[in-house]
Design a protein around this ligand. Structure first.
Ligand SMILES: *Cc1c(COP(=O)(O)O)cnc(C)c1O
Length: 372
């Protein structure tokens, strides 16, 4: 089965990991700081590494001060952790519908959803296309909320030359194998605000602080915990892989752009399909190639592509459809644009080592099914 996404690991990646394994530090060592500096160079803001994209979101919401009784406005067109990572801190999740064109959260829906209780607004850069952060920032600032970007899909993307990582107050990344780069499991939080990044770093390190102590310093061993945190540390072995992968990011971007352009061209005349668009000024590192299958044929196309050995995927089931939200009273129908998008959405294989020949096979299979 041709997968819809997969990692690209070369000899330089293997050597970086082997070298870390032979070093004095398997975790909490120099490769962590190095990977964080390497992320900053791409993201345009300082970063702290964490264990995965879900704990990155949890860390970002904690750094934003999300607590029981707060509201967090976010999109239903995402992986569940964009919402659940705030719900586990006690927040009430308020879903705002998406834009039909980009499948990103719609600023007009966010405007209607925010209240004085809104602690954070969480956007997602769906498929690698950044959300409309300029519009979202005006709204989040109007109610004193923190703007968070879930950039699990979009590390390496820019908007008018500004990198993802510098657009929201806090930005989270995932380094799962299907994403734009991988550390097996891994993630990071970047922030343009030093106060928020410091809180994120403390939270992912169990709340341990060694500066600004409340009590007299007892000696070099001394530390305090002022607020509860979690151990979300990413080990040196995986940070070594991350730094190695980041050195390849420009090549990853070039290949993903090439494959995207080929899909755009090869699928342009296929009937019953809608292809993804790109807004002016956006230079995306595309994680997904999401098409829309019209005329109610998505399930049929999904099944026939899988039968042909092509691992298509659906991204995503609207988050509030999950029974954990249903049990809290959320009802189907609340975000109609997202539900229509879900009903038609199909992700085609897109990854760095996808060959032109395999991509041609994907296109031919789609053509056969849709009859052109
Ligand atoms: C993958 C993903 C996550 C979660 O990342 P993990 O590293 O798998 O925990 C969160 N949000 C989005 C949009 C994702 O695609």
């Amino acid at each position: 089965m041709l997968p819809y996404g997969r990692q690209s690991i070369d000899q330089s990646d293997v050597e970086a990991v082997v070298s870390a394994l032979g070093s004095d530090w398997l975790t909490t060592g120099p490769r962590v700081a190095q990977f964080e500096a390497d992320i900053e160079a791409v993201a345009g803001a300082p970063a702290v590494t964490v264990t995965n994209g879900s704990t990155a979101l949890n860390t970002a919401y904690a750094a934003a001060g999300v607590k029981p009784g707060d509201e967090v406005v976010t999109t239903p067109m995402t992986f569940v952790s964009t919402a659940s990572a705030a719900a586990t801190l006690g927040a009430k999740i308020v879903f705002a519908d998406i834009e039909d064109e980009t499948a990103n959260i719609d600023p007009r829906a966010v405007e209607a959803a925010v209240t004085t209780r809104t602690r954070a607004v969480g956007a997602v850069d769906y498929a690698g296309h950044p959300a409309d952060y300029d519009a979202l920032r005006k709204i989040s600032e109007s109610v004193g909320a923190v703007l968070i970007g879930d950039a699990a899909h979009s590390i390496g993307s820019t908007v008018h030359g500004r990198p993802v990582g510098s657009l929201a107050d806090l930005t989270t990344f995932s380094f799962f194998p299907t994403k734009n780069l991988t550390t097996a499991e891994g993630g990071a939080v970047a922030s343009i605000r030093p106060d928020l990044l410091k809180r994120a770093r403390t939270y992912r390190t169990i709340g341990v602080v060694r500066e600004g102590l409340r009590r007299p310093d007892e000696g070099p061993w001394f530390y305090e915990v002022h607020e509860f945190g979690e151990n979300y540390r990413l080990p040196d072995v995986l940070c070594a892989l991350g730094s190695s992968q980041l050195r390849r990011l420009a090549a990853f971007k070039a290949r993903r752009q090439q494959l995207t352009a080929r899909y755009d061209e090869l699928l342009a005349d296929v009937p019953g399909l809608r292809l993804p668009i790109q807004r002016e000024g956006v230079d995306p590192l595309r994680h997904l190639y999401p098409v829309r299958v019209l005329d109610g044929r998505r399930r049929e196309v999904f099944e026939r592509m899988r039968e042909a050995g092509i691992g298509v995927q659906v991204n995503y089931i609207p988050v509030y459809w999950h029974p954990v939200f249903e049990d809290l009273g959320y009802q189907r129908g609340m975000c109609p644009v997202a539900e229509t998008f879900y009903a038609e959405q199909l992700s085609l294989p897109l990854f760095v080592d996808l060959s032109d020949a395999d991509q041609d096979r994907v296109v031919e299979a789609l053509r056969t099914i849709l009859g052109s």
